[in-house]
Design a protein around this ligand. Sequence first.
Ligand code: UD1
Length: 345
Amino acid sequence: MAKNLVVTGGAGYIGSHVAVDLINAGHDVLIIDNFVNSHPKAIERIKEIAPGRIDLLERDLANADHADEIVDAIKTFGADGAVHLAGLKAVGESVEKPAKYYSTNIGSALTLIRALEAANAKSLVFSSSATVYGDYNDNPVTEDGETGATNPYGRTKLFIEEILKDIARADNDWKIVNLRYFNPVGAHPSGKIGEDPNDIPNNLFPYIAQVAIGRREKLTVFGNDYATRDGTGVRDYIHVCDLARGHVKALDWLSGQKNGVVKDINLGAGVGYSVLEAVSAFKRASNRDIPYEIAARREGDIAEIYADAGLANELLNWKAEKSLEEMCADHWRWQSQNPNGYKTD
Ligand code: UD1
């Protein structure tokens, strides 16, 4: 059944892919975004890929002066539920400016909760992260693993999960899924939307892509002395289109659930690749050289983490389908068609 769904952060990397999938599934979408780490052009591109009803509210969920207007807009839209992706996500910056991270990420979530209550649209899929598992679990990591983030950004994800659990406990009308993403990479196969970091990329794939296109000289590999097969860090990379599809599945699943349900669900491929394996795959996909140098470990990094994605398969009938080759090929298509991201003319 077609629904009216709010997507906060819908112009961002993951949000834009989620918006495309929701529109393609027949839903109407209201994107709320303040473009602090995204670009208005993403909205045009979403419309090119997925024609349908898409409204935009350019407002800051964390700004108290915008809150009433956001609540009204969500009510007027006739929202049935939301996917909440808006938030800040740079680990290093969160260590430098914790208050900014707590007020932005938690403030945004609280405004959205208030709006969904006012609209009586108490179905929510929250964009959480495998970062909530810290370094306390054996691989593959299951949802009942130990949690405990190692930086303020990660703690905002964990705290919001907890806030949502309290809210569903207090008011049985809520239905909530916390999707714990592993490492989203790649781009829509059209090459029209993708990851467009504002500054120097913090994450591996956007950095590799910028080296391949010639915007950066070489990749710095953070440590080759981990207890992994080649000494470099191992992560569970997941194609952003697989990830986006998981959100549609999660919303569908929530529709069939009794009120009061709250579930944490991993979205990962369930396979780990090392930094050097990712570099080789990207090199093959792009046919470009990717010079790199080995440097010291990055503070706060862990050796290896990958998901047990069995629960997503069991509950949502979802599993990741796209290979590392496809992740690299699609990431490269986006980067080569848009060398300067959305700022490319
Ligand atoms: C990082 C965050 C995590 C967040 C996620 C969002 C840290 C410590 N963790 O995850 O909290 O949820 O991004 O996408 O920042 N690497 C290099 N050179 C680089 C960049 C990365 O060697 O220039 C290595 C890292 O050491 C790691 C792997 O590549 O082994 C993946 O790194 P990254 O893409 O930053 O993701 P995570 O650290 O897993």
